[in-house]
Write a protein that binds this ligand. Structure first.
Ligand code: DX5
Ligand code: ZN
Length: 230
């Protein structure tokens, strides 16, 4: 399993999202991470279905839609039809998580479940064999530009072990929040394979270059699968 880099457009200039997507795609972005916030589950309001529809028209990379909303069951159909390739939902708001995961799959999108920093890996144990990916939050969701919570690295390893025990070795772990060139190698070594980054990509003024450099840093940490030379 290689590395996928998913720049979060939350930190981009919202008046020029098309240019932001084009820049990170030139830099080698594998996915475009879209942060949907409702001002209820998290203390911020961002974007909704019409923006995903517009992004779908300009993006070549698949759209990875992260729903930080209190009632995802009500909106997954709309986000799937708007063009999401992957949709992740927070376990903290879903009493019928198994039903939601299978509803996502029935819509033809990759089904992801998200763990807040205070939510233990065990919260997903009963759906670990069903999910297409797991998103480990390494900040408390709501805003870009926060500091990486160091405990997240060992949590990635715990979630990896849980997925493997459930027979779901092909489901990647995504990590989101405070990812930069310093901690990317650590989370990759722990087992993360999809890296979200917002401020590390967009705050420096050259998102194309930042994408290229962050992806290279993450790839360098990937355990080699090549046979050892004699
Ligand atoms: C946080 C969002 C993240 C955020 C990441 O609630 O889910 O995707 O945009 O931004 P950085 O990389 O700046 O932490
Ligand atoms: Zn996110």
């Amino acid at each position: 399993m290689s590395i996928q880099l998913a720049p979060s457009i939350l930190s981009a200039d919202f008046s020029a999202l098309g240019a932001a997507v084009a820049a990170v795609e030139r830099g080698g972005a594998d996915l475009i991470h879209v942060d949907v916030m409702d001002g209820h589950f998290v203390p911020n309001i961002t974007i909704g279905v019409p923006v995903v529809q517009s992004l779908k028209r300009v993006a070549t990379a698949p759209l990875d839609v992260h729903l930080m909303i209190s009632d995802p069951d009500r909106y997954i159909d709309a986000f799937a039809h708007a063009g999401a390739a992957m949709i992740s939902v927070h376990v903290e708001v879903l009493p019928h998580l198994h039903r939601t995961v299978h509803a996502l799959k029935a819509l033809g999108v990759k089904a992801g479940v998200v763990l807040n920093p205070s939510t233990p890996p065990a919260a997903i144990s009963e759906v670990a064999g069903d999910v297409d990916f797991v998103l480990v939050m390494s900040v408390n969701p709501g805003f870009g530009g926060q500091s990486f919570i160091a405990r997240s690295t060992s949590k990635v390893a715990e979630v990896r072990a849980l997925l493997d025990r459930a027979g779901n070795a092909s489901a990647p772990i995504e990590i989101d929040g405070g990812i930069d060139q310093d901690n990317a190698p650590l989370v990759v070594a722990a087992g993360a394979r999809i890296l979200v980054a917002g401020s590390a990509i967009f705050r420096g003024g050259d998102p194309e270059r930042a994408t290229r450099e962050l992806k290279a840093a993450a790839l360098r940490a990937l355990p080699s699968t090549a046979p050892a030379s004699r």
